[in-house]
Design a protein around this ligand. Sequence first.
Ligand SMILES: [Zn+2]
Ligand SMILES: [Zn+2]
Length: 123
Amino acid sequence: MTSGTCLCGACRFETSAPPLGPSMCHCALCRAQSGGVWSSAYVARADLHISGPVKWFASSANARRGFCPDCGSFLFWEALDETTTSFSLGSIKNPTGIKLEKHIFTANKGDYYDITDGLPQKE
Ligand SMILES: [Zn+2]
Ligand SMILES: [Zn+2]
């Protein structure tokens, strides 16, 4: 079982499915919303149980982002044409049992840091 909460605890999620594709996203949207990079994994939407007053924001024509309206935690990302939901790894207490597999959108990363962990990078 994997479960997480926002910072204030109002929004929660849990899944019994294994988290897929753990990645760290360096795109400009994730950086702007999270204040840093956004780490997430995904499961089938039907396998993710979300509770609380999650608010969804259309961040582009084909994706939306879910966050807690009380504390602002960035919790979820969904592509409208896919059947999965990505959830924030930062919302899960240690030990998560999850290992990052890759960095994505590294072409858009901030110029104030370097990626030095040796994991695969996708521009
Ligand atoms: Zn909250
Ligand atoms: Zn991103």
